[in-house]
Design a protein around this ligand. Structure first.
Ligand SMILES: [Zn+2]
Length: 117
C-alpha cells in the first residue's frame, strides 16, 4: 500500500491538512527552456525524473494530493504508451497518462479535435 501523499498543492494548499512537503525543483531537462528548473510534486519527482531519463517530454504533472490518481501530460502518442509501461513497471501507482492534442477552435467557441494520423 502506498503511503498517503503529504505534498503541498501549489494552488490548493487547503485541501490536505497533513501536507508538509513542498514542491521539488528538478533541474531542467535538455528539451526545456525553463532555466530555473521544473517544479513537481515531491511524491512523484522520482517518477517524472525517470520518464525524462527515458526521453519522454512532459508538459505537466500532478500527484493528485490523495484526491485523484497521479497524472502526467505528454505531447506524443509514442511517449504516452511508453510512459504507461514505465510507470506501471517502476512506480506501481495507477497513473493517468494524458496527451495534448491539436484542435481547431471555432468562432462559436466550440472546438474540433484534429484526427490522429
Ligand atoms: Zn504527492
Amino acid at each position: 500500500m502506498t503511503m498517503p501523499c503529504r505534498c503541498i498543492s501549489y494552488n490548493r494548499p487547503d485541501l490536505n491538512p497533513l501536507a508538509d512537503r513542498p514542491e521539488v525543483i528538478l533541474p531542467r531537462p535538455s528539451w526545456s527552456s525553463r532555466e530555473r528548473g521544473i517544479c513537481v510534486d515531491a511524491c512523484i519527482a522520482d517518477a517524472i525524473r525517470m520518464l525524462w531519463a527515458h526521453g519522454i517530454i512532459t508538459a505537466g504533472c500532478c500527484c493528485g494530493h490523495n484526491r485523484m490518481n497521479p497524472s502526467v501530460i505528454v505531447d506524443e502518442r509514442d511517449h504516452a504508451l511508453l510512459a504507461i509501461k514505465l510507470l506501471k513497471e517502476q512506480d506501481g501507482r495507477d497513473w493517468h497518462v494524458q496527451q495534448w492534442r491539436l484542435c481547431t477552435v471555432h468562432p462559436d467557441n466550440s472546438a474540433t479535435a484534429v484526427p490522429l494520423i
